[in-house]
Unconditional design. Sequence first.
Length: 289
Amino acid sequence: MPLRLALSRRGIDGVTLLVLPAALFVVALFVYPFLYGLVLSLQPKAGGWLANYAKFFSDPFLYGTIGKTLWLAVPATLLNILLSIPVAMRVRRMHRQRLLTAILVLPITLGTVLIAEGLLLYLGPQGWLNRALMGFGLVSHPIRLVHNYWGVFISLFISGFPFTFLLTLSYVSGIDPSLERAASTLGADTRSRFRHIVLPLLAQGLAINFCLSFVQTFSVFPSAVLLGAPAGVTRVISIAAYTAAFEQYDYSMASAIAMIMGFSQLIIVAAVLGARVLVYRGPAGGGKG
């Protein structure tokens, strides 16, 4: 009590005491590392202060990693979003919602490395899937599902879907069900209720969901190494940064690649968030409120 009284006399209230540590936390964990990496990227081993960025965009083997990463991240994120909507719509009406949610969240606890290792055993040339297909005579030789694009894509889907589903379920659960019942009494079928009521109210949350899932998927590294072709179709930008830092020992170049990686994500996120103005934003946009 005396401390609070002394702080109040100095013009320091409780809100300030909460905001100040939070601001210091953000600066320590986000702002300082970003500024440090940016300054380091502008200090190349040779050439001017933009030499690292010029080297990156002049080498097809380097700047091509942006397109390869987007070709993995965007389809995997879209698939997770599209599949999470019907699953979330179904789960919110179930009585054992917590049990099913816990089962779907299990891949998050495993981690990307264990998921990749499991897929190597299950989907590899000698995995149970190829053995079953060959045993039933459906294929004459093993199907190649690992060490290529599809191995990484499947891994990203398995590891990313639970996270996307949980966010979608929270947004779907926040929509007032009385809106759908009112539309049903007016003769709207299930498809019309979803298209004209649920989807517009859900679009704002799906945009945020897409951004969070995309950033998580864009930083793919273990799956691209274990299940993909690190020197070929799945040479993502994180592998290029790792190579520069720990194989070439050029930390300045690695920082430049990391900056380019961050700005690439920022462009996509800004475009998605900017597109939110095209959907309905009204008083019922908050769902149950």
